[in-house]
Ligand binder design. Structure first.
Ligand SMILES: *Cc1c(COP(=O)(O)O)cnc(C)c1O
Length: 341
């Protein structure tokens, strides 16, 4: 665990990790240039490596996952086009409506099934005919993992094949795609097969402080560069951040297994406490249902023990590389004391 985090356990999200000594050393050592001119060797290395790892022609470093997804939506769709997207998806719910506001792109939200996927029949039913009454359906956007759930390679192959057969492009919000790949024990390439573009967060479980990479064809990434510039995401000497991202891709993918094991352990331990209903996590995210009346006092008890959660009756807990087993045990102890009868 990193020194700076030693005092606190923060399980609100896996975005909260801070770079450890080795990652900081890589950042410190990174050669720099002006990336708007394409001159930053560290950004270029990250982009090349990401393209290689995920099996695409090219990649683009973006300051956030929200921007990376938005660049993809803007590059795939034009004004008056629509994208098919799960109702629970980040690009629909949690990105401030950017595609609609900035791109005049209409989302067509579709119900997510309990496993996180969208039923193929529902996708099919929402593809609009070529008729001027309708927005032009251009893109299917999926997310993996979604709420910690893994969409299997089989489902993704069928969904992307259906989209392509109907003339749609496909984008994957793969903020946590590395978790999905590790969980299924498949390569990163295999995990994104069938998609025309994928956005990957470096700053979630992978532990970099900032940034996402968007992967796609050369032509797509060239268009993406223009959108990134327009959105204010053209960064100059960004190599230090890119070096952190590269370090994360090279060193922090396999270890996601530990986060998954910790989430499973945590679910098991909390599940033994009367009054709690705990979901069985597939990756690093678990949900705990607790009595609404307990939220305030439990939240205070956790803070007293230097534990941060995003308190809610349906409480999401996220494990990551700065959440060690011993600290998770502290969390379990607070819950156990609180719900003791
Ligand atoms: C975190 C996340 C993003 C992007 O978030 P930023 O905070 O903008 O980097 C996108 N999609 C999903 C599924 C995410 O979890």
């Amino acid at each position: 665990m990193n020194e700076a985090n030693q005092q606190w356990l923060d399980v609100r999200s896996d975005t909260v990790t801070r770079p450890g000594a080795a990652m900081r050393a890589a950042m410190q050592a990174a050669p720099l240039g002006d990336d708007v001119y394409g001159d930053d060797p560290s950004v270029n290395r990250l982009q090349q490596r990401a393209a290689e790892l995920f099996g695409f022609e090219a990649a683009l470093f973006a300051p956030s996952g929200t921007q990376s997804n938005l660049i993809a939506l803007l590059a795939h769709c034009g004004r008056g086009d629509e994208y098919l997207v799960g109702q629970e998806a980040h690009t629909f719910r949690y990105e401030a409506g950017g595609a609609a506001v900035l791109g005049s792109i209409q989302p067509q939200p579709i119900l997510n099934q309990a496993d996180g996927g969208i039923a193929l029949a529902d996708i099919e039913a929402q593809i609009k005919p070529d008729d001027f009454h309708f927005a032009r359906t251009r893109l299917l956007a999926l997310e993996n993992t979604i709420g910690g759930r893994v969409l299997g390679a089989d489902y993704l192959a069928r969904a992307t094949a259906l989209a392509h057969a109907r003339g749609l492009a496909t984008h994957l919000d793969g903020a946590r795609i590395c978790n999905a790949a590790v969980k299924q024990n498949i390569s990163l390439r295999a995990a994104v097969a069938g998609f025309d573009s994928v956005s990957v967060c470096l700053s979630k479980g992978l532990g970099a402080p900032v940034g996402s990479v968007l992967c796609g064809s050369k032509v797509f990434i060239e268009q993406g560069k223009r959108w990134r510039k327009m959105l204010g995401g053209g960064m100059r000497q960004a190599g230090g951040l890119a070096a952190a991202g590269l370090y994360a891709l090279e060193h922090n993918v396999e270890r996601l297994e530990e986060d998954h094991a910790n989430a499973a352990w945590l679910a098991q331990a909390l599940g033994k406490i009367a009054g709690l209903t705990v979901s069985a996590p597939q990756t690093n995210i678990l949900y705990v249902d607790l009595p609404a009346a307990a939220c305030a006092s439990l939240g205070q008890a956790l803070l007293r023990e230097r534990i941060r959660v995003a308190m809610a009756p349906r409480l999401r807990l996220v494990t990551h590389l700065d959440a060690a087993r011993a600290d998770l045990q502290r969390l379990v102890d607070v819950f156990a004391a609180h719900f003791k009868t």
